[in-house]
Design a protein. Structure first.
Length: 132
């Protein structure tokens, strides 16, 4: 079954993570674990994993931006609008060497603009709206 394969993949990725590899393997393994949680339908768990990855200084700027963007995207699905806004704002990671971080940052800004324009329901931003 799909769940069995997901669980096997999670076990393998947990072993990779436990071996404490350097970048980019660590970030990719952790992101994969969060994506698998999402595929399994565990949206809250996936959002929490993405959130945790987004706060790790030992992973690349691109991985952190991807993680924060996905945490925000899932929080939007879960109607956790304030949490989503916070995660999407954290995806704006200035790193001139990382085109990946810049791309994820633009995705996050697009989601944030949609959130602030009411596409996900009534939302009152705590700060000024984001400018693209």
């Amino acid at each position: 079954s799909a769940d069995k394969k997901y669980d096997e993949a999670l076990q393998e990725l947990t072993a990779v993570k436990a071996a404490k590899p350097g970048e980019p393997l660590l970030g990719m393994a952790m992101l994969s674990m969060a994506y698998i949680q999402e595929l399994k339908g565990s949206y809250e768990a996936a959002a929490a994993e993405f959130e945790a990855i987004g706060a790790l200084p030992e992973v690349s700027a691109g991985v952190r931006a991807e993680a924060c963007t996905n945490a925000g995207r899932l929080d939007l699905q879960l109607k956790e609008l304030n949490k989503a806004a916070a995660a999407l704002k954290r995806a704006d990671i200035p790193d001139l060497r990382s085109t990946t971080a810049a791309a994820w940052s633009m995705d996050a800004k697009s989601l944030l603009v949609a959130l602030e324009s009411g596409e996900y329901g009534p939302y009152k931003p705590e700060t000024a709206p984001v400018k693209l």
